[in-house]
Ligand binder design. Structure first.
Ligand code: SAH
Length: 214
């Protein structure tokens, strides 16, 4: 899909809007300024709104997160170049593209095959290099653990132990935890093999985690 001057201009405005809402990490803002969000919106009637700070449906009952929420989670994660990051909930692939732009090595899991396949095709076409997995994110990816960072982009009812186990000491995990209506953004910092610090960072509304077999 074409990335026109108009798209670039709208992206600049979106970056300003998100900065105005309190995102200060320059690397996050730069990545939002680079990734063509309109390419991730499947419903052609909604593409014109791609640079509004809103969530949109992407099919299979799921949504592409609001850009502010993507920026907030990414900022909380404190992404460094070459970080090995596990994302749960590939969805449209937009968040994964943001992490790639920031120089991370990205592993992303999606529970719905249709979304998994489409995101893999789209990001491949766009030239992003990352690892896609189809399966239940609750289990993480033990074969590739430990990760520097873990980012969960669906609402969970609790912090999954299996994921904390797959975090490096010194690593950070960001996960929305709550009920199906709203969740608290939780940051887990792994301070030793057995200890974590858990802090809360505001209230958000994510689509809930899907449990059980696909
Ligand atoms: N990060 C996405 C937004 C994700 S919406 C983006 O940038 O577009 C949440 C996603 O999590 C949905 O695609 C949903 O299908 C997926 N999901 C829900 N439960 C899951 C599970 N148990 N394992 C992996 N993915 C899951």
């Amino acid at each position: 899909m074409e990335d026109t001057y108009r798209h670039k201009g709208l992206r600049r405005l979106l970056v300003e809007e998100i900065a105005g809402k309190g995102i200060t990490d320059e690397k996050v803002l730069e990545a939002i300024g680079k990734v063509p969000r309109h390419a991730f919106i499947r419903d052609s009637a909604l593409i014109q709104f791609a640079y509004q700070d809103q969530a949109f449906p992407i099919g299979a009952g799921q949504t592409i997160s609001q850009p502010y929420t993507v920026a907030f989670q990414t900022q909380l994660l404190q992404v460094n170049s070459f970080d090995k990051i596990l994302e749960i909930g590939t969805g449209s692939g937009y968040q994964a593209a943001i992490l790639c732009e920031m120089g991370a090595r990205v592993y992303t899991i999606e529970r719905q095959r249709e979304l998994h396949v489409k995101a893999q095709q789209l990001l491949g076409k766009m030239g992003y290099k990352l690892h896609f997995y189809y399966g239940d994110g609750y289990a993480g990816l033990p074969a590739y653990a430990p990760f520097d960072k873990i980012l969960v982009t669906a609402g969970a009812d609790k912090i999954p132990d299996t994921l904390v186990q797959q975090l490096k000491t010194g690593g950070r995990m960001v996960i929305p935890v709550g009920n199906s209506e709203q969740q608290k953004m939780i940051l887990i910092e792994k301070i030793s093999e057995t200890e974590t610090t858990v802090t809360q960072h505001g209230t958000f509304a994510f689509v809930p985690f899907l449990k059980g077999k696909a």
